[in-house]
Structures are given as structure tokens and as C-alpha cells.
Design a protein around this ligand. Sequence first.
Ligand code: HEM
Ligand code: CU
Length: 644
Amino acid sequence: MNLEWDEFFVTGEPLIYAADVSIVLTTIAIIFVLTYFKKWKWLWREWLTTVDHKKIGIMYIFAALLMLFRAGVDALLMRAQLTVPNSKILEGQHYNEIFTTHGTIMIIFMAMPFLIGLINFVVPLQIGARDVAYPFLNAVSFWTFFMGAMLFNISFIIGGSPSAGWTSYVPLAGDELSPDPGQNFYLIGLQIAGIGTLLTGINFLVTILKMRAPGMTWMRMPMFTWSTLITMILIIFAFPVLTVALALMTFDRLFGSHFFTLADGGLPMLWANLFWIWGHPEVYIVILPAFGIFSEIISTFARKTLFGYKAMVWSIVAIAGLSFVVWVHHFFTMGANAAVNSFFSITTMMIAIPTGVKIFNWLFTLYKGRIKMTTAMLWSLAFIPNFTIGGVTGVMLAMAAADYQYHNTYFLVAHFHYVLISGTVFACFAGLFFWYPKMFGYKLNERLGKWGFWFFMIGFNVTFFPMYFLGLAGMPRRIYTYEWADGWFNLNVVASIGGVGMAIGFVLLVYNIYWSFRHAERENEGDPWDGRTLEWSTPTPVPFYNFAITPTVKGLDAYIIMKKDREQQEKTYKPIHMPSYSGLPIIMSAAFFISGFGLVFKWWWIAIIGLIGVLVTLVLRSFDYDEGYYVQVEEIERIENAYK
Ligand code: HEM
Ligand SMILES: [Cu+2]
């Protein structure tokens, strides 16, 4: 591709220039602050080279919040454009780019990383482990995710954004109809980040299988750990499909092959199938951990053991299994015969059964509980009715014949936002409020938290409930404007007002983080909510080796049992083996980024230089015989005594 420089930088829109300026200013500000306070070394030593699961978790969450902001701005721009008919804020191509980046970033670079961040921080603590099975690999996961996300995001100012929707259907996403580099950013950014996700799947699967504290049998595993285990299995089976699909489309676009093309024997429907064979499990990858989070929070603040624990476990397993045999429900209207559509219609509806079991178990957990209305609990309680609305409308969509009416309308947009926001996003916020004191040694402010909750939760309903009716009134998704005569004006105004409410809720959350950092009361005992599981048994901030002495588990709700027995654990420490930090993961991922950047623009020499960089880091790692180090007993004593 021989790009001119004025094609290289995205030009022509005042919005983009404003963004360019703010990006440059922010970068300068960050460099200035780091230099002025002499924080470069600290940043490199403590964070960029860390292999500590707790710090990696916090970095995931930080990155996810940034991405929530980015994709949230996209969302507000779309709402602004659609508020009144014939609006001229965005033109068509720009609107297409924005819904594409919004959807892709929300799912791949916000929802998944947010949950993986919470998983990273919590799960090793919850199972009484000192870290994950492969700490180095964990850092590789984070940095490939981060670099993949950055590569995708720069498309906004360099080269232009993808515009074929987050589903990237061909032929629209092929190089005849999308000749700009935008779609390449999608393919390669997701590919690089996908490596990280797959590695996370393997890492946490092994961690949970092999590293549980003595006594933690299968049926004593906390619910969040269970949901993580099943999610990792979903990742391991689903992500390779995405890897292959992305690679094939990359060949089509960069090297002129014909896997998905209309002509020359390509099969465009093959893309749709591959995409959703990954894509449907993907939506469960972002919902099952959320179920786990709500289970922990609801049982903690109802102060009861989770009702129907075993049924909860088996329903997660059932949902995960079914999630691989429903993918055709995304294209009922694309001409499969009645038998095929019926099969997928029925499997889809069957998912409602285990999900219903879970809903009732949460309700029974609440029944006769001594409920404590914390912010985390509010998010969890709000989840139940809101998610049910999303679920029930999902069953409506599952009826193949009826789907001819709903397909590609705002009814669908309302449905998936109801499940993704009241499921995944509420869970991320709930989990953040719940585990924040464990991460930093102080709570987020509850008053601000509750204000934020009400703005966001009401705003969410005001935004998306009207969309069901817009859909039934025939408003298609992915349109950038409409006419007065269509009659969709009133409900669109309502939806946009709700969007402002959600934005205020988000701003309150960010302000809460700042306020609490400055003013919240510090504590180091580590059990602010009367917790039930092992992560609450450590002091806060958690020492880098997690547990000075590996705990022994005597039942479900392990920490409740410990507190009841007032068990005096032996205090004879032994040296603890810990892995060394390493700069290789971030360097390797940066090399991936460079290579990816070259591929996007078909600048082969850059792609090759990047790949050589990746290979060099792989070789360096192979000859790295650093086996970690031991924390000596005196050191452990010194650290542990400092908490008293
Ligand atoms: C913060 C509030 C949000 C608002 C106001 C919002 C609004 C919208 C709008 C207006 C569209 C485009 C509809 C169309 O033209 O077809 C859209 C699409 C989409 N949204 Fe959101 N959204 C929000 C949050 C989220 C979240 C949290 C997720 C996922 C975790 C998400 C996932 C998606 C997806 C996957 C699409 C489809 C993109 C496509 O058609 O390719 N959204 N959203
Ligand atoms: Cu699906």
C-alpha cells in the first residue's frame, strides 16, 4: 500500500483534531509527571516488569476502565447523532466506524479484561495460592492484550477505523468494499490480544486444577473460582476458532487468498459460522465470571451460604456446554432450512433452564438473609431483575420464526445491552467495590458509590428499555439517521437522556476512585465485609507472597469456618519461593505491536523487524535459567509483624 502522508493521519473532522490535541497533551502531561516526581524507575520496577498476579490484575482493571471511557464516548456520540431525525453530527461512514469500534472495544478490550483483571486479583487468593501456575506467562497475557488494544485504538488517528461492525461480516469486511487499513487493525489487533486471552485460559485452568490449598476439594471451591474454571475451558475451546478465522481473513485481505470472498470459490457464510462458533461462547466468557461475582457478593451480604451450591455449579457447566451448540441463532434469517433453525432454536431456549435455576438460587440465598445494603450488594440486587428482562427477551429472539421480525432491529440492541450491561458491567462494578479494599487497603466511598449506582442503573433502563419498542416499531440497528415520518423520534430522545444518566454514573465512579484515594480511611486487617472465602484471611495490602503460611480448607466458606473455630494457626514460617520479575513480556508484546503495525499497512519490512523482535525475546526466554528466589524467614517475620 503506498499511502500518502495525508492518508496516513486521519484528517478532516474537528472531533478528530480535538482528540489528536488531547492525546498529545495527555501524553506530555504523563511524561512530565513521571519525570518531575522521578517515577520512571518505580513504574518499570514495580509495574511494567511485574509478574505478580495482584498487580497484573490491577493493571487489567485500569486498562479496562480506560477502554470503557473510550467506547463510552463512542456510545454517547451515537446517541447524540440519533437523538433527532436527519441529524448532521456524524456522517454515515463515521457512524459506521463508531459502532464498530464501540462494539469491538466494549467486548474484547473492556468486558473481558475487566473480568480477567478481577479473576487475576482474586482467584489465586481465593484458592490459597501464592500466585498463578505460570506467572511469566501471565505477564505475557496482559501485555499482548494491552498492545493489541493499543494497536486497535490508534486506528482512530492513524489509518482510519474499521467500519464493518464488530462482527466483520464479509463481503463488507473484504478488501473490495473496505479497502482502507481499518479492517486490518481489527484483524491484527484482535489477533495479538487473542494470544493473551488463550494463554490466560491455559494459565488459570492449570492454576485452579493444581494449586488449590490443601483441603479445597471440588465441592469446596468458591463460586467465583468455579465460574472462572469453566470460563477458562470455554476460552481454550473457543479462542482457537477466532485465531483461525482472523488469520484466514488476514490472508484474504493481505495476500489475496479466497477463503471468504464472493468469487473464486470463497464461502462468505463460513466467516459468519466461524465468527459465531467463537462469538457465542464469547458472550458466556463475559457472563459466567459475572455470575460468580454476584454469587460471592450476594452470599456475603445476605450473610448466608449460597443456596443450592451444587445446582449452581452444574448449571454453569450446563450453560457452558450448551453455549457451543447455539451459534446459528445469530443468523436464522440467512437461509438455513427449517430443521436446522429449529434445532438451534431449541438449544438456545434450553439455556434458559440452567440460567433460571441460578436466578432462583440467588433469590433463595436472599430469602431470610440479614441483608446489608452496600454498593456492591446494590449492583448485585439490581442485576437480578434487569438480567431477567435481558434473558426473557433472549428467549423471544430464540424463536426462529419470530426472529424474522426482530432480526437486526433495535429489539436486538436492547436485548444484548440488557444482558451485557446488567450482567457483565454491573458485575465489574460490583466486584470493584467489593474487592477494592483488598486491593488497596481502603474502601471506595459508599455514598458516592450509591449515587453512582442510581444514576447508572436508572440511566441504563431509560436508555435501553425504549429500544425494545423502537425495534418493534421497525427501527433497524446500524443506521446513522432516520426521517421524521418514521415516528421513532420520541423514544430516541428518551434513550439519549438515559445515556447522559449513565455517563454521570461513570463520572461519579471515577471521582469516587480519586476521592477515596485522597480521603478514605486506611485499614490493614483485611476483612472489611466479614468475608467468607480465603482472600479475606490475608492482611491488606496483601503481602507479595499472599500467604505467609498456606491455609488449610475445612469446608465451603473456608474463612467463615476459620473464624468460627478461632483457629490458631501455627506461626512457624518456612522460606517462600517466588518468581523473578522480567522485562521480556512487555518487550515481546511491543515487538508484536510493531509487527502488527507493519502488517496493517502492508509495510513488510516493519512487520519482519517486529517478528524478529518477537523471536529474539522467545530465544532469550528459552535460555533464561532464572529459577526465582526464596523469601527468607526473617523477611517474612518482618513483613507479617508490620501489619500488627
Ligand atoms: C454505556 C452505555 C452504552 C450505550 C449508550 C450504548 C449504545 C449503543 C449504541 C447506540 C449502539 C449502536 C446501535 C446501532 O446503531 O446498531 C451500540 C452497539 C453495540 N454495543 Fe453498546 N452501548 C453501551 C454500552 C455497551 C456495553 C457495556 C457493551 C458490551 C459490553 C456494548 C456492546 C455493544 C455491541 C456489541 C454493539 C454492536 C456493535 C455492532 O453493531 O457492530 N455496549 N451500543
Ligand atoms: Cu449467541
